[in-house]
Design a protein around this ligand. Structure first.
Ligand code: C2E
Ligand code: MG
Ligand code: MG
Ligand code: MG
Length: 279
């Protein structure tokens, strides 16, 4: 009996693996055409000032509207894009689209764009960012580039050189998902970031876990000492916001303030007619 159950479990496990390998192949095949078919789009999530709730910018988050499978989240296809090299084309799309969209915002709010560590293998990355700024007319200081620690973990100092180039363009550089992964404080010495984003994992527990609170307190303290902005990600409740305000977090982001929505749902564009459309 136990043996039969064991086999059943094994068969199920095997089935799941097979299904996921099939899913991955499907993603890889269909992703090749996704840009040309205009299936990729950006959604925008507000980032607000902790003090008064004023929106200071939006994070651009990639979405794939698959014709059959519906909405596919970035964590399902960005890793595939990274492994196959498609991330360069997709990353260029994201940069151009985000800069073009933000250039229409009369409010002057910033747009934050996620850069994958794999994009740093592209020696033309900084040139592509410059081209996206140029083509859109977006002032560089309204573009914030979010990177993760793994960009600095990669021993090649090329990445640091590229980061320096991006900074010299005038873009702001944020350290995303801080506190997870390989977190080492030495990264904060290797490069002067404009912002640290505390990972959602710590925000989730901040009200009931002493450990999570301690980590958040340490990070906000670092931010204060270094004179850089600290954003908390993934805030869902007023209680979390109250705790984070008390800890001196400067910016908030999370479903409590707004989920990611298509550009058309933002109230940013109406005030300013688009230049050059001639209507
Ligand atoms: P991230 O950059 O840390 O983005 C924050 C993620 O948390 C987003 O998930 C966002 O929708 C989600 N989130 C925000 N507030 C809340 C909340 O209150 N509760 C919960 N449960 N979740 C919240 P999303 O859009 O699925 O993106 C996941 C990750 O995919 C991003 O994490 C980022 O690492 C990556 N990603 C997204 N767009 C891009 C892109 O254009 N390029 C690259 N390279 N990576 C991207
Ligand atoms: Mg991010
Ligand atoms: Mg994050
Ligand atoms: Mg993340």
């Amino acid at each position: 009996e136990a043996k039969r159950l064991g086999r059943g479990r094994h068969a199920r496990f095997h089935g799941a693996l097979e299904a996921s390998a099939r899913y991955r192949r499907l993603i890889e095949t269909d992703l090749r055409d996704a840009i040309a078919r205009r299936e990729l789009a950006l959604h925008y999530q507000p980032i607000v000032r902790a003090e008064d709730g004023e929106t200071v910018g939006y994070e651009a988050l990639l979405r794939w509207h698959h014709p059959v499978r519906g909405l596919i989240p970035p964590l399902d296809f960005v890793p595939v894009a990274e492994e196959t090299g498609m991330i360069d084309a997709i990353g260029a799309f994201v940069l151009n689209e985000a800069c073009r969209e933000a250039s229409r915002w009369g409010s002057g709010r910033r747009v934050a764009v996620n850069l994958s560590p794999a994009q740093f293998r592209n020696p033309a990355l900084a040139a592509e960012v410059a081209a996206a700024l140029d083509a859109s007319g977006l002032p560089a200081d309204r573009l914030e580039l979010e990177i993760t620690e793994s960009v600095l973990l990669d021993a090649s100092s090329n990445n640091l050189t590229t980061l320096g180039r991006l900074r010299r363009l005038g873009a702001r550089i944020a350290l995303d998902d801080f506190g997870t992964g390989y977190s080492s404080l030495s990264y904060l010495c290797a490069f002067r970031f404009d912002k640290i984003k505390i990972d959602r994992a710590f925000i989730r527990g901040i009200c009931d876990s002493r450990e999570a609170l301690a980590v958040v307190r340490a990070i906000t303290g670092l931010g204060r000492s270094l004179g850089i902005v600290v954003t908390a990600e993934g805030i869902e409740t007023q209680e979390q916001a109250a705790c984070l305000r008390q800890e001196g977090c400067t910016q908030f982001q999370g479903y409590l303030y707004g989920k990611p929505v298509p550009a058309s749902a933002l109230a940013e564009v109406s005030a300013q007619p688009r230049a050059g459309t001639g209507s």
